[in-house]
Write a protein that binds this ligand. Structure first.
Ligand code: 5AD
Ligand code: FES
Length: 367
């Protein structure tokens, strides 16, 4: 079936087909703006003109994996590796709590080890004692086993971010070494386990890496809809010279194209999954100084201010051109308020900002 040619007809279609999504991804000029306005209206109606903040703590750049695109991959010898101490992490959480952030995200390279599991559990216990004990914790520690996911849930973690990176199995194999440690099916299993455990589940993809097509991007959005995610963070791929994928930079779409596709992916996803949380990601700001504000205007409703101590921030370089690596967390907070106001939103201080989608699902399931 071919997609309707009139943009209004496409926007009124529910659910979107793959062709509809590709049509929207390629919208230009006035049609492109209509797509963004459509998404903004849906955002206002279903989740409000509110941006939720999550303080991002990059707790360590030590990683056992070797993803072909990532700057902190194990094989990159040009990285100064660090691990934040427990008290440094807790201090950052305290800062987030004082700022009125409803939530923090703890992220690091992937380590699978009983001692790591136990350490995170201890940290979660300590975080429960900070402020009024209401801080929502999101974990982003990669693939782990079922027992570990459960243990962290029992210690209070309620959200988990694990990007699928691409829903296309063949592309996944081009982005990762082909070994047991980088297995597409294992990633899918983890997403299912997280859901079963009761987490608000977040996933996402990289946009505009070599060999990826608009059809692949359409499939990515359909994948997110199919697994019924609660949160999404997706951003432009940014080439890193110390990674194998850099060799394919000739096949890379121009920066403007990657920004365009990222904004459209946000807008289309907001139209498809009206009440989920969608992040305006930092990688977008790395390519466009006001990229995150544009994403908020196109339907995103979450920003993750980086509250990693400055001395570590430079070493957590997944990609090049990471913004604000010299700013103190306090400076970042003031700047963020202004940016969000510029995008026409208010800041959701003092509340968790749970995914409305998740809250509705839990109520339906009687959990
Ligand atoms: N460009 C953009 N995003 C990247 N990530 C890792 N490397 C890059 C890169 N070169 C993203 C991945 C990962 C997240 C933490 O950072 O999607 O899941
Ligand atoms: Fe660390 Fe991919 S390189 S998880």
């Amino acid at each position: 079936m071919t997609a309707p040619t009139d943009l209004s007809d496409v926007l009124a279609t529910d659910p979107f087909s793959r062709d509809d999504i590709v049509r929207l991804l390629r919208a230009e000029g006035d049609e492109r703006l209509r797509l963004f306005r459509h998404a903004a209206a849906i955002k206002e109606q279903h989740v409000g003109k509110v941006t939720w903040l999550r303080g991002l703590i990059e707790s360590s750049n030590v990683c056992e994996k070797d993803c072909l695109y990532c700057g902190i991959r194990a094989g990159n010898r040009n990285v100064t590796r660090y691990r934040m101490q427990d008290d440094e992490i807790l201090e950052a959480v305290r800062f987030a709590s004082e700022q009125g952030y409803g939530s923090v995200v703890l992220q690091s390279g992937e380590i699978r080890h009983a001692a790591f599991t136990a350490r995170v559990s201890r940290l979660l216990d300590a975080i429960a004692g900070i402020g009024d004990g209401a801080m929502r914790v999101t974990l982003s520690f990669g693939e782990q086993d079922e027992k570990t996911f459960r243990e962290w849930y029992e210690h209070g973690a309620r959200r988990y971010l694990l990007r699928i990176e691409t829903s296309n199995r063949a592309l996944y194999a081009r982005l990762h070494p082909n070994d047991a440690l980088h297995d597409y099916d294992a990633r899918l299993r983890c997403l299912a386990l997280l859901r079963e455990t009761g987490y608000q589940v977040g996933t996402g993809v990289m946009i505009g890496f070599p060999f990826q097509t608009d059809e692949d991007l359409a499939d990515d959005l359909l994948f997110m809809q199919r697994i019924d995610v609660d949160m999404v963070g997706m951003g432009p791929y940014i080439e890193h010279p110390d990674t194998p994928l850099y060799a394919h930079r000739e096949a890379l779409a121009p920066v403007a194209h990657r920004i365009d596709r990222t904004l459209k992916m946000v807008a289309i996803l907001r139209s498809m999954m009206k009440n989920i949380n969608i992040a305006a990601v930092t990688a977008l700001q790395a390519l466009d100084p006001v990229g995150r504000e544009k994403a908020l205007a196109a339907g995103a409703n979450v920003i993750m201010p980086n509250i990693t101590p400055e001395r570590y921030r430079n070493a957590y370089t997944l990609y090049t051109g990471k913004p604000c690596t010299d700013e103190k967390p306090e400076e970042c907070a003031t700047c963020m308020d202004l940016r969000i106001a510029m995008a026409g939103d208010t800041v959701g201080y003092g509340a968790h900002g749970d995914s409305v989608h998740w809250t509705a699902r839990m109520a339906k399931e009687g959990r």
